[in-house]
Write a protein that binds this ligand. Structure first.
Ligand code: ZN
Length: 494
């Protein structure tokens, strides 16, 4: 939570620096050759990139698989070396995140998520995605865009710095980091698609694989329903539009593509054993109960509240979005020290002590008040010791609705406690398992013969197929294994 806020502050400071430097004149855009208003120098862009890259790696975490990292980096370096900015210190990394996403930051740092990796089926598709992100960097989209977006955030931040609890609430509402990136204009996206196609084509890849990426995105998007999808999906032109546009571009390239690189099997094989979907080791929900198996704690949020598990905090917001409970780790060594630190913050008022002792754990709990810029908040701050760590649990609401929520908030805090069920602690993630088919079969047959722990629709999406698609003998097909969660009763407090 704190680190998220720091990143937010830091990138906003960079935005301010850009605004001050905006007097700089026009330069030529490296990718398009057209003049462009350059807000920062290349040297500044590179420095900003290094700072932000470090933050991204810390905040989002790299997927711990050196072979997969190497594979993605190798393809990225090849594409970037032939781009208009070959001399940037390009990096290409796989982020340990289940969301289907890819993004780039200034200076030449490109990230793809493991979620994206597990949904693609060829190296040529991956080259298309990476090429698109390289395009944002070579055309310097991110530079101009980050400055615009961050300037807009400064207003929001003034409030955030004032009151940490409000910042946490807005962070939770914004669902973490992804919102920071990828607010490009549609024209920028179209240009990045074109550049991506150009780069992958130049490296000998089959350009017909590029529209397939958008088809995957379209299906992932449709399967998730109306819910917003961060990054790639939410800010780009519709997938239908992109498929049309890029298919047109591919047709214009003309000629025979049959000898070009696709590398389907090789790509799919690199995905063997890669974690698929949410990793329950990062914490998981069974109903409204959250279980953190690595730290060995659980907490039950009120039914019907919207829950969110971020890297550094877990929390829930009431249906009216007027109350929240958040759990995070304190860096203090005792509940007393953590409480002291919390109440020493500017603008935080300490109220009466409350007797909340979650599951008999040592705790210090107090009522607190915070003067926000528009609303005043009231809540309970509980500092609980468990397994040698100190947790900060905040339950808060607007002062107006304190009476209405007080009992729910303290009741929720009281459900915090150790996980006693071994199965709940030993939970493992789902993983991709690659199968080479012994004979011809449809995907439906395959799902029967080699059962997966995801439904047929999901299996069809990750294999870019339909249930009725016939695979030839020897085809490599993905299945998804493991990752079953314990039942609710097993995870419920004893
Ligand atoms: Zn893009």
């Amino acid at each position: 939570m704190d680190r998220l806020r720091q990143l937010w502050k830091r990138t906003a400071a960079a935005g301010l620096a850009i605004a001050l430097l905006a007097v700089g004149g026009c330069s030529t855009n490296p990718a398009t050759g057209r003049p462009q208003l350059a807000l920062i120098s290349e040297q500044q862009e590179i420095q900003m990139g290094l700072d932000n890259d470090q933050q991204v790696r810390q905040q989002l975490g790299l997927y711990p698989d050196p072979k997969l990292q190497e594979y993605v980096n190798r393809i990225g370096q090849k594409l970037a070396a032939a781009s208009e900015r070959p001399n940037l210190a390009w990096t290409f990394r796989v982020i340990d995140d289940p969301v289907v996403n890819a993004f780039a930051i200034p200076g030449g740092h490109v990230y793809v998520t493991r979620g994206l990796m597990t949904h693609l089926t060829s190296e040529a598709e991956l080259a298309g995605v990476i090429g698109h992100e390289i395009g944002h960097v070579t055309a310097r989209h991110s530079v101009t865009q980050m400055s615009k977006q961050e300037l807009a955030q400064i207003g929001l931040l003034a409030g955030a710095i004032l009151s940490p609890a409000v910042a946490d609430l807005s962070n939770l509402a914004a669902q973490g980091l992804q919102v920071l990136f990828l607010k490009y204009s549609r024209d920028d996206e179209r240009q990045a698609d074109q550049l991506g196609l150009r780069y992958m084509f130049q490296q000998g890849y089959d350009p017909r694989e590029m529209p397939r990426v958008f088809e995957v995105l379209r299906r992932v998007s449709a399967a998730q329903g109306s819910g917003r999808i961060p990054g790639w999906l939410s800010t780009h032109p519709t997938e239908e539009e992109r498929i049309r546009t890029i298919s047109g571009e591919v047709a214009r390239l003309g000629g025979d593509f049959s000898g070009r690189t696709v590398n389907r099997d090789e790509y799919v094989r690199t995905l063997d054993n890669v974690v698929f979907g949410q990793n329950p080791r990062d914490g998981y929900f069974v109903g409204s109960t959250f279980v953190q198996p690595e730290l060995g704690f659980q907490i039950r949020f009120p039914d019907g509240w919207k829950t969110s598990n971020e890297r550094s905090a877990v929390g829930a917001i009431s249906p009216n979005q007027d109350a929240a409970v958040m759990v995070s780790l304190s860096d203090q060594s005792s509940p007393q020290a953590a409480a002291q630190r919390f109440f020493a913050q500017q603008g935080v008022q300490s109220g009466q002590e409350v007797q909340v002792s979650p599951n008999g754990l040592t705790a210090v709990s107090r009522v607190f008040g915070i003067q926000g810029s528009s609303v005043d908040y009231q809540g309970i701050a509980s500092f609980v010791e468990h397994n040698g760590k100190v947790y900060q649990i905040l339950g808060f609401t607007g002062t107006q609705s304190w009476q209405r929520y007080e009992e729910v908030l303290s009741g929720t805090i009281a459900t915090f406690g150790p996980v006693r069920d071994r199965r709940a602690l030993e939970v493992q993630p789902k993983r991709i398992a690659v199968v080479s088919l012994p004979g011809e079969m449809t995907l439906r047959d395959f799902a029967q013969r080699h059962p997966s722990t995801v439904d047929l629709q999901t299996l069809a999406i990750v294999n870019e197929a339909e249930a009725s698609t016939r695979f030839p003998p020897g085809a490599v097909v993905k299945r998804v294994v493991g990752g079953e969660l314990p039942t609710l009763s097993a995870a419920a407090p004893p």
